[in-house]
Every structure is written in structure tokens, then in C-alpha cells.
Design a protein around this ligand. Structure first.
Ligand SMILES: [Zn+2]
Length: 241
């Protein structure tokens, strides 16, 4: 397979990694156009970046070399790690994103050309950096209280079926859907919690559901969520090196 062309669009917004790459973090840009997003990610005043940006037509830009620390994750946490920027490669997918206060979004499906480019690029990144399937994450997974990207229209299943990321093979049988049990499983899988309150559990569970059960991400604990979590934990436990 010949690798498609990657356009060099350097950003000054990076510094030195303090750890080796372990995660791949996917985002959407949440801005009206790809050009607007590209300009912002290259603006020294904005102090944000990503390693790559993929336009809706599939064009790939490289903004920061993979060996450098791009600034895409912000305040984040996974597996008790908090410097996710040091530990990850970040890809921005052009998509206007959801509404939020002060911004009118236009969240829409990620076109096939964009997904094909993402698959090819992320396969290469995962191989180069030995990233494990359950370490391919959304921004919302590592920052559930602040972020919802890439969102429920992002097809994690499609990506996993083609070799990038984790997907529960089959839901494990009847599982205890109590909040205590679900919280423990979410923590074991990698999600970060700051306390013990139920409001936070709903936010984190909603991020999990957005990723692994996008048709219902209300954040309410239920047996299916518990079963999906258990299936993923089984997979992670079985394949862990
Ligand atoms: Zn993001």
C-alpha cells in the first residue's frame, strides 16, 4: 500500500515529550471550516495543536512531528496518568461539532474519505509506536467532564473492525449494573475520577457509552453498559503484555 501524501503544515505549538508514546487520541475540530481550524492550530497565540489534521475530503496535514509533544489533550487523565500530551499522538478530524454555549455547531457524520485517511494514518501510527488497541481513545474518554469529541457519530466500531482500537467482541452475560460496580469497572478500564459522587459517574459513563454504545449515552447505569465494560476488561486482561 502506498501511503497517501501528507501535507506539511507546521505549527509552533509543541514542546518536548516527557514520556514515550502510549496513546492515540482522536478529536474533532469543532470549528466551522477546516481552514479555520488549521489556522488556529498553527497560531502561536492559541497555544493548541495536534500532530495531524484530516479534512473532510481526506487530505492529511502534519502540524507537529510525532516525536514532539503537541498540545491537544489539555487537562486529561487515563490509567492515572495526567500528562496525556506527553504520552500520546493526537489527530484532529475536521467537523463543526456540537453546539455549546456561545457556539452554534453543525455536528455531522465523518465522510468515508475522511475515515479512510484516518484508518491509513492511524494504522501507521499504532504500528510505529506500538499502541495497544485499548489505548486508542477519544478526547471525551480522557476528559469526560470537559469534552464530547469526537462524539457519537464517530464510528469506533468501523475503525476497530479494521484493526485500530478496541471494540467489545461480545457482551459478557448478566452483569451487576450497580453504580458501585460500574464505577469500579470504568476505573479499571482507565477512566479518571476525581471523587465519588453520582453526578460524575453519569458524566464518565456517558463518555464510555458515547464511544461503545452510541445509540444511548444518557449516562444512566444499566446492565448492557456493565456487560460491555466487562467484555472490554476481559479483552484487555487477556491481551495485556
Ligand atoms: Zn478535542
Amino acid at each position: 500500500m502506498t501511503f497517501r501524501e501528507i501535507i506539511d503544515s507546521p505549527s509552533p505549538n509543541f514542546d518536548e515529550r516527557r514520556a514515550e508514546v502510549r496513546y492515540l487520541i482522536l478529536h474533532y475540530t469543532g470549528m466551522a471550516t477546516g481552514q479555520e481550524a488549521l489556522d488556529r492550530l498553527r497560531d502561536p497565540e492559541a497555544k493548541v495543536s495536534a500532530h495531524y489534521l484530516i479534512e473532510e475530503n481526506g487530505t492529511i496535514h502534519q502540524l507537529v512531528p510525532e516525536e514532539k509533544r503537541a498540545w491537544h489533550a489539555g487537562v486529561s487523565s487515563w490509567e492515572d496518568e495526567s500528562d496525556i500530551n506527553s504520552l500520546s499522538v493526537g489527530i484532529e478530524l475536521v467537523n463543526p461539532g456540537h453546539d455549546y454555549p456561545g457556539y452554534k455547531g453543525d455536528y455531522r457524520p465523518f465522510p468515508p474519505a475522511q475515515m479512510d485517511s484516518l484508518l491509513e494514518l492511524s494504522k501507521a501510527i499504532v504500528e510505529r509506536n506500538h499502541i495497544l488497541p485499548w489505548h486508542v481513545l477519544g478526547h471525551s474518554d480522557v476528559a469526560p467532564a470537559r469534552k464530547v469529541d469526537p462524539g457519537e457519530l464517530f464510528d469506533w466500531r468501523w475503525l476497530a473492525e479494521r484493526g485500530v482500537g478496541a471494540w467489545p467482541a461480545k457482551a459478557a452475560g448478566e452483569m451487576d449494573p450497580s453504580p458501585v460496580h460500574i464505577r469500579r469497572m470504568l476505573k479499571d478500564y482507565g477512566y479518571g475520577f476525581s471523587g465519588e459522587d453520582d453526578a460524575e459517574l453519569r458524566v464518565v459513563l456517558s463518555a464510555f457509552q458515547r464511544h461503545f454504545r452510541p445509540e444511548n449515552f444518557s449516562g444512566a447505569p444499566d446492565p448492557e453498559s456493565a456487560a460491555l465494560l466487562q467484555a472490554l476488561l476481559d479483552e484487555k486482561g487477556k491481551q495485556a503484555i
